[in-house]
Design a protein around this ligand. Structure first.
Ligand code: FES
Length: 576
């Protein structure tokens, strides 16, 4: 049978035979100058490329595609590169998260509908990696991810600059009057000085590491800088490896298992990765039929030491991380916490992949015996403000705010916030709790990275560097602060965040994993009865599809109808 396993390559169904369909399939490939010998008896390997010049982080992926092709040809495969939608954090508005599921559908349907026996997924910027894995998991054709790699360290004066942790930092310095516009312009020119994705442990780096933890990219590949020749070498290896996976019929369903998802979650905590990693892992799990409760992230966080000293939680950057030993060194330190018999795209187990992995620089990768913290870098909160959960990155918060009670200053949406935040008459102190609503999956829509509410300028000038901030939005993985995110259910669907009023007292108690508004239940119910949902602004098109189908943050914001997988197409014949 062609498609779900069986003997022979799936692509044979398109190309073998003497009938009209086979004639058409072969003849039209000849427009590209391919002879029959190019693919006869060979697996067809798709190179699913999210290259784009409007996605700066992925603009070098055509080069990597060439390296992948070399590897595929060396191993006896037939490579065919094709484009898919790409998502760039910097230029795409309002947020790439609005389009992650659309890209996942693009990847899935391309893989399913073309004569591909295996696929190499070229990714880079934040959402391109999870979207590609989600699509490949649902198509379930053998697949390997090749991420584009991080940029080199930014350099300004004698400082290493990280994107975009230092964008936020120096923007606050500018607003506080501690640097001027000339210096601000110099920083702009110094921070992005090579191809690649953001090089802090932001979402792109996090997802590259999580993908390696999941077993979907070759061991050691996540941290190689984009412009290091070893990234091309790793791409060439991936080209050879995908042919091996096809010949061994190793598919995403064999790799993305419950155990692998737990390994990836451990990695997320050990690297103190982006909070966005939780959303993407939930969505990937949904594609393979694994239920990951939010509480599991907290449980695994508590028992996983934080080892990787990278911005925004720590000091260093991805280039340093690679030279320090990269992810294999980290995974080797926590191997007793991992399912080391899990299979990976190397066609070997995690244990086999980690043989010989060691820390080169303990300042960058802390040894297990001396971790940066014993556990709990990301925590999941519950309470009357977030009955279905919320997330906080403890490692990037001011510790004194982890137990905090303050008065709410509520912003109806991001526009209200932008209008009022810099008002010198805004009634706010360093002890206030800033609350933003209508930033969730439905309300924004797309759950933008609005959750890192800026500290009001008047407080910055007083020396306030962190405050408790709460929203149903996300935060860039490169951001930091006592920022409670992903509040579920979100305000736009009637979650309690919709009911908070300025002046209410709010209590954050991270030790007890609680987030509550200190308002009587009867008063909350009265407010709930008076609440009416905001009108959906998008009447048509993809955005309407999104608003009608997106799941809440505690389910990964996938579309409900995309959970699980469908069989790949089993008949290529139109006329036969
Ligand atoms: Fe692409 Fe940061 S903008 S990873």
């Amino acid at each position: 049978m062609v498609g779900e396993g069986g003997n022979g390559y799936r692509s044979r169904d398109w190309f073998e035979g003497t009938d009209l369909d086979a004639f058409l399939h072969r003849s039209w490939l000849k427009t590209e100058g391919f002879t029959d010998e190019a693919y006869e008896g060979r697996p067809v390997i798709g190179i699913c490329n999210s290259w784009s010049e409007v996605v700066n982080c992925n603009a070098h992926l055509r080069d990597l595609a060439e390296a992948v092709k070399r590897g595929v040809l060396q191993a006896g495969g037939f490579p065919l590169e094709f484009p898919v939608m790409s998502l760039g954090e910097s230029l795409m508005k309002p947020t790439t998260m609005l389009y992650r599921n659309l890209m996942a559908m693009d990847v899935e349907e391309n893989v399913r509908s073309y004569p591909l026996d295996g696929v190499v997924l070229l990714t880079g910027c934040d959402k391109t990696t999870p979207a590609s894995i989600m699509g490949a998991a649902s198509a379930n054709v053998p697949a390997i991810v090749v991420t584009g790699g991080p940029m080199l360290n930014g350099k300004w004066r004698d400082l290493n600059l990280g994107s975009c942790t230092d964008c936020w930092h120096f923007h606050e310095e500018l607003r506080a009057g501690r640097i001027d516009h000339t210096e601000w312009k110099q920083i702009e020119a110094s921070i992005s000085r090579s191809a690649g994705h953001c090089m802090t442990m932001g979402t792109a780096s996090t997802m590259a590491c999580v993908t390696e933890g999941l077993g979907m990219t070759l061991p050691g590949a996540a941290a190689i800088p984009a412009v290091d020749s070893r990234r091309k070498a790793a791409s060439e290896m991936a080209g050879r490896k995908i042919v091996e996976l096809v010949n061994k019929n190793i598919r995403p369903a064999d790799i993305i298992t419950r155990e692998a998802l737990e390994n990836a979650t451990r990695v997320l905590h050990a690297i103190s990765g982006s909070t966005n990693g939780i959303l993407h892992l939930l969505a990937i799990a949904g594609r393979v039929g694994v239920e990951l409760p939010m509480t599991l992230f907290d449980e695994l966080s508590e028992t996983t030491p934080w080892l990787v000293n990278l911005k925004p939680s720590g000091e260093y950057l991805m280039e340093d991380f690679y030279y320090a030993g990269g992810l294999p060194a980290v995974m080797a330190q926590i191997s007793d916490l991992l399912h080391t018999d899990a299979l990976t795209v190397s066609a070997h187990t995690v244990a086999e992949n980690l043989e010989g992995a060691e820390i080169v620089n303990p300042d960058v990768i802390a040894p297990r015996a001396n971790p940066l913290s014993a556990g709990g870098s990301l925590v999941v909160l519950y309470g009357n403000l977030c009955p279905d959960g919320a997330v906080l990155k403890r490692s990037a918060s001011d510790p004194k705010l982890l137990q905090h009670e303050g008065t709410a200053v509520v912003f109806e949406d991001v526009y209200d916030m932008n209008e009022r935040l810099e008002d010198p008459d805004l009634d706010v102190t360093g002890d206030s709790v800033l609350v933003l609503r209508n930033g969730g999956p439905v309300g924004a829509p797309g759950m933008p990275e609005w959750g890192h509410l800026p500290i009001p300028a008047k407080l910055l000038k007083e020396g306030v560097e962190d405050m408790v901030r709460i929203s149903d939005a996300r935060m860039s993985g490169t951001s930091y602060g006592a920022v409670v995110l992903h509040v579920a259910p979100e305000s736009a669907v009637g979650g309690p965040l919709a009911l908070v009023k300025t002046g209410d007292r709010i209590r954050l108690d991270v030790a007890k994993r609680r987030l509550d508004m200190l308002v009587e239940d009867a008063e909350i119910e009265a407010r709930r009865s008076a609440w009416t949902p905001p009108e959906k602004l998008d009447k048509r098109g993809y955005r309407r599809l999104y608003e009608d189908n997106v799941l809440q943050a505690n389910e990964g914001c996938d579309f409900g109808f995309l959970k699980g997988r469908s069989p790949v197409i089993e008949r290529s014949r139109t006329y036969g």
